[in-house]
Design a protein around this ligand. Structure first.
Ligand SMILES: NC(=O)c1ccc[n+]([C@@H]2O[C@H](COP(=O)([O-])OP(=O)(O)OC[C@H]3O[C@@H](n4cnc5c(N)ncnc54)[C@H](OP(=O)(O)O)[C@@H]3O)[C@@H](O)[C@H]2O)c1
Length: 274
């Protein structure tokens, strides 16, 4: 079976769907015993990982695994695992944002590479799904307020990450490879907001506000300080120099990476008013 950490996250959920769709058995790790999973996947609480037998491959989400990651790999190896795929970040080779976040990804990569398993590292750009954070503002009006308007990134569709992850988990062809997974276009924040407006059929405007205003709003909304730390640190750097872009999605999948416009169209309902 294939063990998926972060199975309810945007990448993990899609990876579970793709693998079960190919008839592969999946153990989906979640703390939520009520999590709804595709047929062919069964739910595993993190505490139950040591009880698993016959694990073939592991998808490691550094955030979901947290400090337990090394122990998970030890259990997976004992249960027969041969492969590990790690969800990392473009900030490892292209530093941006607070160093502590990049260091967490670097540590997860080193764990995978030193695990004795066949490893594949997926260094991901910012996920298109991150822009779901704008959904409330867009449902309620035509202005999106955010910091660092000129932050430019080649946002990746998380379904493309999952497609690469599923290939690397299911077979041996991607062992020892490190991929930079980005979208096909470098877009500023106003570009992304305009794309959403085009999909919704109404003009939307990005209004730049101070980083402190964004931070204050997030803290007031109950988010941990880590969320604005992670977001604002990288946006500040991407406003100075655009995030990296590459064509590994296309090379691995044999088709172009999905555009942000495609993602926006496919997630229209989340931004449309009631
Ligand atoms: N978002 C980006 O732009 C970006 C960019 C590069 C890399 N990454 C990395 O890519 C990986 C995949 O991200 P993802 O958004 O698909 O989801 P994820 O972080 O892999 O998974 C989220 C799930 O993990 C579980 N979880 C367990 N402990 C958690 C904790 N302390 N904080 C948050 N979630 C926890 C939760 O599931 P249950 O409640 O069901 O247990 C949650 O639904 C992450 O490691 C992330 O750091 C993200």
């Amino acid at each position: 079976m294939i063990l998926i950490l972060g199975a309810t996250g945007v990448v993990g959920r899609e990876t579970v769907r793709l693998l079960t769709g190919r008839g592969l058995p999946v153990a989906a790790v979640t703390r939520n015993r009520q999590a709804v999973l595709p047929a062919g996947a069964f739910s595993v609480h993190p505490d139950e990982i040591p009880d698993l037998a016959e694990v073939r491959a592991v998808l490691l989400s550094p955030r979901a695994a947290g400090p337990a990651a090394a122990g998970v790999l030890t259990h997976a190896r004992r249960a027969g695992a041969r492969r590990i795929v790690v969800l990392s970040s473009v900030t490892v080779p292209h530093p941006a944002g607070e160093p502590r976040f990049r260091e967490q990804f670097q540590a997860a990569e080193e764990l995978a590479v030193g695990s004795g398993l066949d490893w594949t590292v997926l260094r991901c750009a910012d996920f298109a799904a991150n822009t779901l954070a704008w959904a409330g503002q867009i449902r309620g009006g035509d202005i999106v307020r955010g910091a660092y308007a000129q932050a430019r990134t080649s946002t990746v569709d998380e379904r493309d990450i999952a497609a690469v992850a599923a290939l690397a988990l299911a077979g041996p062809d991607h062992a020892g490879r490190t991929y930079l997974l980005t979208g096909p276009q470098s877009l500023s924040q106003p570009d992304k907001v305009a794309t959403l407006g085009a999909v919704l059929g109404r003009p939307l405007t990005f209004a730049e506000v101070t980083p402190d205003a964004i931070r204050g709003g997030m803290i007031a909304a109950g988010l941990p300080a880590e969320v604005p730390d992670r977001l604002l640190g990288s946006q500040a750097d991407y406003a100075r120099a655009a995030g990296p872009a590459g064509d590994d999605v296309c090379r691995v999948l044999g088709r172009p990476a999905r555009t942000y416009a495609t993602w926006a169209e496919d997630h229209r309902a989340a931004f449309a008013g009631s």
